[in-house]
Ligand binder design. Structure first.
Ligand code: SME
Length: 310
C-alpha cells in the first residue's frame, strides 16, 4: 500500500476545500477506492459528547455512538487510535455490518487537542490493519486535520469555571449553539490532578470546556448566559460549595477572544455593586475530569446541582 501517494492525494483534496463535510466526503471516497479489503470507510463527528455519523462509503451505519461505546466511542474517550484485529473480541463492538471482522479508528483533533471527529475503517479480513497501515492512515488523518479550517471557523472553544462543574455542564449543554462540553480542571499548579486532589484545594478550578458555534451563539452571548448562573462577586464560592476549586473564571485559548471577554466583564462590573471575582485569564492548562464526572447529571438526574433550572 502506497501511503505516500494516498497522502499526496489527500493534500490535493484538502487544498480544494477545507469545509469538512466536503473534505470528509471526498476523503471517504478516496479511501474506498484505494484500500483493498475494506467494507466501510468514513467519519463520525463529535457533537454534544457523542459521535454522529458523517460522510462515508459502505453500508448504512448507526447514526449515534455514545462516548466510550464500541471502537469509535473508545477512540473518542481515549483520544487515541484504536486498532482492532478481531472486532468479535472487542467488548462493546457495534456491528453495523455483519461482514466486518477488523477495524481501525483514528481521532482527528481540533487545535485545542480535543477530538473533532474520528476516521473509521472496517474490513472483512481478520487482522487486516498492520502497524504500517496505522502509521499511513494516521498521516492521512493529520492532513485532513490541517485542512479543517472550516471547522475552526464553525467551532470555537472557551473554558468557563462557574462553581461545581456538574450543573455548569448541564446548563451549557442546554444552550442552542453549544456543540460539545467536557468537564475538567483548569489553571492549577499540577498536571493530571485527581478529583480528590482538586477537592483538597490543590488550586485548579472546576471548569467546563465549551465548544460552540459562534454563528448561532456569539461569545458575548455565551458569556451573558454564563453570567446568569454565577454569583460573579463571590470569592471561591458558588451555591453551597466553598473552596478555590469553585472560583469563577473565563479562560480563553484563543488570544483573539481576550477583548470580548474583557468587554463583557467590564459591562458586568457596571451592573454589580461589589468588585467582580471572575478571573479573566488565558488558559494555562486543562485536564479532563474522571469519566464519572462527565455528564454527571445525565447519569444521576437527581444529583446535587447548584444551578436552578426553572
Ligand atoms: N463498529 C463501529 C461502529 C461504526 S461502524 O463500524 C461503521 C464501532 O464499534 O464503533
Amino acid at each position: 500500500m502506497d501511503y505516500a501517494l494516498l497522502c499526496g492525494q489527500a493534500r490535493e483534496l484538502s487544498q480544494a476545500e477545507g469545509w469538512y463535510p466536503a473534505l470528509f466526503a471526498n476523503a471517504a471516497a478516496l479511501l474506498w477506492e484505494t484500500l483493498p479489503d475494506i467494507n466501510w470507510a468514513g467519519f463520525y463527528i463529535a457533537r454534544r459528547g457523542q459521535l454522529v455519523l458523517g460522510p462515508f462509503q459502505g453500508k448504512a451505519a448507526c447514526i449515534h455512538i455514545p462516548r466510550g461505546k464500541g471502537v469509535c466511542g473508545a477512540a473518542l474517550r481515549e483520544n487515541r487510535t484504536v486498532l482492532v484485529p478481531n472486532v468479535h473480541a472487542f467488548p462493546g463492538h457495534i456491528a453495523c455490518d455483519s461482514a466486518s471482522n477488523a477495524e481501525i479508528v483514528i481521532p482527528l483533533r481540533r487545535r485545542d487537542g480535543g477530538v473533532a471527529a474520528v476516521l473509521d475503517i472496517d474490513s472483512p479480513v481478520l487482522g487486516r490493519f498492520s502497524e504500517e497501515d496505522q502509521r499511513g492512515l494516521e498521516a492521512f488523518a493529520r492532513i485532513l486535520e490541517d485542512a479543517m479550517k472550516g471547522l475552526d471557523a464553525m467551532e470555537k472553544t472557551i473554558y468557563l469555571a462557574g462553581g461545581c462543574f456538574w450543573g455548569c455542564q448541564k446548563y451549557f449543554d442546554l444552550l442552542d449553539g453549544v456543540i460539545e462540553t467536557e468537564v475538567g480542571y483548569a489553571n492549577g499548579p499540577t498536571a493530571h490532578p485527581t478529583y480528590e486532589q482538586v477537592k483538597a484545594h490543590a488550586g485548579h478550578a472546576e471548569t467546563v470546556r465549551v465548544v460552540y458555534d459562534p454563528a448561532v451563539l456569539p461569545l458575548r452571548e455565551l458569556l451573558e448566559r454564563y453570567f446568569q448562573v454565577i454569583d460573579p462577586t463571590a470569592v471561591n464560592h458558588q451555591g453551597e460549595d466553598y473552596g478555590i476549586q469553585y472560583r469563577t473564571g473565563i479562560y480563553y485559548a484563543d488570544p483573539q477572544d481576550a477583548p470580548t471577554v474583557s468587554a463583557a466583564l467590564a459591562d458586568l462590573a457596571r451592573r454589580c455593586d461589589k468588585p467582580l471575582a471572575v478571573e479573566n485569564k488565558p488558559l494555562e492548562s486543562f485536564y479532563s475530569a474522571e469519566e464519572y464526572h462527565q455528564k454527571y447529571l445525565e447519569k444521576h438526574p437527581d444529583g446535587y446541582c447548584h444551578i436552578h433550572f426553572d
